[in-house]
Design a protein around this ligand. Structure first.
Ligand code: 7TS
Length: 512
């Protein structure tokens, strides 16, 4: 199929991609030998836990014994002595009018020890932030403190370290609540990352609420993590995946999106910022349109949270997901936000310790959310690290970050556009943090390799978002992605190296 803009209308393209998406994923899932873990869990009778007995009067009145005291009491009070003053106003889109002059990217860079090194004899320039971000001292030191002074399992134990670890873990949940402006910390579920969060919703909410003939709507911008779990669900249930198209600049075509919605739509799942193009979608409007049809909405914030203030109450989304490692926290930890009443209707998707209130061989009584969804020992230390990262970002100020990155991106795009044979991919007016391009006559992996030889890290490939690249007739792009520690020097280094490559003179000419 020819995906050039001139051959197909946007609507035809949308239909074609939707047909292919459904065709590819209607094959039945392979039969698993024996009983699957999901089936085993589904076979355990679900007992709603709103009727959990309160802890006995003589039970210790601490949140540290999940098994004895029921769920820990979570309050929304801010920590007694916050490390930073939280000065931002929640916003849905970047506020680029933050106070000028107070943001110093060079100073921010000094917070990140990994950036102070040479690669191939050149100062490292990290422009692969959409894949993962580097970690500031504040996060590294928080992990050190945790392992040196606090390490224990949580919610179980009379000893001091168990209490410290529990406080630190639940404190991080509070931090995530504050960061997203969720109504209560019970709406914050710790997961491995955005991928796991989406799978959790698809498996737990989706299996219970999506039936044959129902529809799930995504957009053409999605990362595979926000496509595959829904395809799996559609395949299992006989539901249909529908895809909202984007225009030639990489913006969701709202009229087409709206046309896809109907009373068959059970859930809409879309990314707030495209990882491949950087497009910021009109999330609040899209949530509202979906809600008019009674559909639930999941917003994938993996590429949004480090670039713009997010307020889940303002967005009014039902679910919001993000990965810690893309916002200066460790890998292996992330957040699923879900509206409290909605989470309370959802069965667990994994069974085990920590998520139960009572187990007999006949039945299991589950904890209420969020613990119901956190089976087994969680990633305690990295959750604590996530809390430190969110504090760090808040102290920098997301409006400042948004303004700085906006200026840097516009500067980079203006410079790159002057290079003959370079094509920017994704030119929406509202973008965050991502500059994707291809260079005539040079393979993207060769661009990536040549830049690496100059100490510059970018990603080249399909960015786990093949449908959107194919929408532009491409299999791969080179992607430079920004963080608050990037400077104009970094952009100058990138532009100079790409220019040399384009002139056929790859090599070691870099002077910055
Ligand atoms: N959603 C979006 C929009 C993403 O960009 C990514 C990861 C994910 C979900 C999945 O996040 P994970 O932490 O669970 O893996 N995106 C990228 C990327 O652009 N390059 O590497 C990973």
């Amino acid at each position: 199929m020819n995906t050039s803009d001139t051959t197909f209308s946007e609507a035809q393209l949308a239909k074609e991609i939707e047909r292919l998406a459904n065709e590819m994923f209607t094959a039945p899932l392979p039969a698993s030998p024996g009983i699957s873990p999901e089936a085993a869990i589904a076979a355990i009778p679900l007992v709603e836990t709103t009727a959990i007995e309160p802890p006995a009067a003589d039970a210790p009145a601490t949140p540290y014994f999940l098994e004895l005291a029921g769920p820990p009491a979570i309050s929304n009070a801010p920590p007694a002595s916050p490390a930073f003053a939280y000065a931002i106003e929640p916003e849905v889109v970047p506020q680029v009018a933050a106070s000028p002059g107070i943001f110093d990217a060079h100073a921010v860079k000094r917070d990140f020890p990994i950036l102070d090194q040479e690669v191939h004899g050149r100062p490292l320039v990290w422009l692969d932030n959409a894949a993962t971000t580097q970690k500031p001292n504040a996060v590294i030191q928080r992990l050190v403190r945790y392992y040196e002074h606090e390490n224990s399992n949580v919610h179980r134990g009379a000893h001091t370290l168990a209490a410290r670890a529990t406080d630190a873990y639940e404190g991080a949940r509070q931090e995530a609540r504050r960061f997203l402006n969720a109504g209560t910390a019970e709406e914050i579920v710790f997961v491995r990352g955005a991928t796991e969060a989406i799978n959790l919703v698809a498996q737990s909410w989706g299996r219970r609420n999506v039936q044959a003939g129902d529809e799930i709507v995504v957009t053409w911008l999605e990362h595979h993590a926000n496509i595959v779990p829904w395809q799996q669900l559609c395949s299992e249930k006989g539901a249909r995946l529908r895809v909202a198209p984007v225009d030639a600049r990489g913006q969701v075509i709202l009229e087409e999106y709206e046309r896809l919605l109907s009373d068959k739509t059970k859930i809409v799942a879309f990314t707030q910022v495209s990882n491949a193009l950087g497009t910021i979608v009109p999330a609040r409007e899209m949530v509202e349109m979906a809600h008019r049809w009674g559909a639930r909405v999941l917003v994938d914030g993996a590429q949004a949270v480090s670039h713009m203030p997010v307020d889940v109450q303002l967005l009014d989304c039902d679910f919001y997901v993000f990965s810690g490692h893309k916002i200066f926290a460790p890998t292996g930890i992330g957040v699923l936000y879900g509206k409290k009443d909605l989470l309370a209707t959802m069965p667990p998707w994994q069974g085990g310790g920590n998520m139960i209130a009572d187990v007999t061989f006949e039945k299991t009584v589950y904890q209420p959310p969020p613990w119901r969804f956190e089976a087994g020992t969680g990633n305690i230390a990295d959750a604590v690290g996530l809390g430190a990262a969110l504090q760090y970002v808040t102290a920098l100020g997301l409006p400042n970050i948004a303004r700085h990155e906006h200026e840097l991106r516009v500067y980079a795009e203006d410079c790159l556009k002057t290079i003959p044979g370079l094509r920017l991919v994704g030119t929406a007016p509202e973008k965050a943090g991502v500059i994707s391009f291809v260079l005539d006559g040079v393979r993207t992996e060769d661009v990536g390799g040549a830049l690496d030889l100059e100490g510059i890290a970018v990603r080249s490939g399909h960015h786990c978002a093949q449908p959107i690249l194919r929408r532009f007739g491409l299999e791969a792009t080179v992607r430079a992605s920004l963080a608050p520690y990037n400077t104009r020097d970094d952009i100058d280094a990138l532009v100079a190296a790409v220019r040399r490559l384009q002139l056929g003179r790859p090599g070691s000419f870099r002077t910055v």
